[in-house]
Ligand binder design. Structure first.
Ligand code: URA
Length: 192
């Protein structure tokens, strides 16, 4: 299956009850040859209205965080565990995540990223390990197959709790170093 077929299948998905309440499916954004894949938990209100991931307040902070490490929507791929907004921005339920995971698995298979960065606890628990502890294990590398997994605090958590920002700054610098080490074309990142 190619990316466009996957996207159109996803856009008409009715595999879980989130299909009843969504406005738009939020499939993901970025180049299909991205080396780094960022995964959040699920669309919020602005994302549901626009069909784009991370465009609300947390998204603005994510853009700032990415720009610190020479990244943006032009050179990495951004998506979520669930592609439809959970009502009232609650955590996506286990069944909703399970129903949606085939889309992320297929996106990963087509992108073949070198690094997957989990944004927050929900993505890390689903993609790294079920007992992932974000406060203890953010900024650590986990190797699975030929992909390196990494987790940082979710930008929404950084909006709520400024004391988490210094750790995240360190995590981002570590991520930048790894991206430059592994990239087939470091010039695609605007890193000074
Ligand atoms: N939070 C997420 O986890 N994903 C989005 O797309 C927006 C906010």
């Amino acid at each position: 299956m190619d990316f466009e077929t996957l996207r159109s299948t996803c856009l008409t998905c009715r595999r879980c009850p989130l299909a009843e309440t969504r406005t738009q499916v939020v499939f993901g954004v970025g180049p299909t040859d991205a080396e780094v894949l960022f995964v959040g938990e699920g669309p919020g209100q602005q994302e549901d209205l626009t069909g784009e991931p991370f465009v609300g307040p947390a998204g603005h902070l994510l853009d700032d965080m990415l720009s610190i490490i020479g990244m943006g929507r032009h050179n990495c791929y951004i998506t979520n565990i669930v592609k439809c907004r959970p009502p009232q921005n609650r955590d996506p339920l286990d069944g909703e995540q399970t129903a949606c995971m085939p889309f992320l698995r297929q996106q990963t298979k087509l992108l073949r990223p070198k690094i997957i960065v989990c944004l927050g606890r929900i993505a890390a628990m689903r993609l790294i390990k079920p007992d992932f502890k974000i406060t203890q294990e953010h900024g650590q590398w986990f190797e699975k197959g030929d992909i390196l997994f990494y987790a940082i605090y979710h930008p929404s958590a950084l909006l709520r709790d400024l004391t988490k920002r210094p750790d995240t700054f360190r995590d981002l610098k570590k991520l930048r170093a790894k991206v430059l080490e592994l990239s087939a074309d470091p010039a695609r990142y605007d890193i000074p």
